[in-house]
Design a protein around this ligand. Sequence first.
Ligand code: DGL
Length: 264
Amino acid sequence: MLDRSIGIFDSGVGGLTVLKEIASLLPEENLLYLGDTARVPYGTKSVETVQRYALEAAEFLVAQGVKLLVVACNTASAVALPLLRERFQLPVIGVIEPGARRAAQSRNHRIGVIGTEGTINSHRYPEAIYALLPDAEILSVACPLFVPLAEEGWAEHEIARLTAIEYLQPLLTAKIDTLVLGCTHYPLLCNTLRRVFGNAVVLVDSAEETAKSVQQLFRSQGLSRLQPGGRRTFFVTDVPARFIRVGEAFLGKSLESVEQVQIG
Ligand code: DGL
């Protein structure tokens, strides 16, 4: 049982930001990653469609015998978490609660949230932040072009910077001290966002907080793998070339085992 993998999924390369943090905090764990690259982006699709995609991705991972499911996608976490918890008999961790916890540490209580249209329209981040910080002032902006830019490997391109300035103008004038990167693709644009916001604004990447939640859960439920040296296995639903190129650049290591699979 303890030897079983942690199953992690996203629509594409974005969830690798979560995998990276889990791998660095829990290097002994076996990690199994699914990028649903044939159907990316999730963020522009309807709630029903994202729920179906999330169920199919989770079913695939559960069939591999994982011990925990990490929904490394804000869009799927926003609309499908209760459904997944209901359907599967294993712990399911999403990325919104962990990110909201970190955002609630804002000093001036003025918080920006950026994400896909699906995540922003769900209002899950403001709900989760208000629950912890009732007087927060929250400004939310959808940035749909960030996902294709990240998938293309253009996260640090001048086009990404100009796109960010266009989307984020309202946040630049709103005196926020905290910006929630409410999409797991967005940490790939971290350097670009830093160039736009400078160093005064805290960029909240829920990946780190999510990895801590996994660690806490494993400690409290005795689920940790005990041998050193966890395996990392990657699955994608479309040809792997682009995933490998962008993923390797991001993780800084070669992705040896990336297999194309069909789900659903
Ligand atoms: N990375 C995902 C998220 O956190 C999905 C982005 C997308 O496919 O639109 O929302």
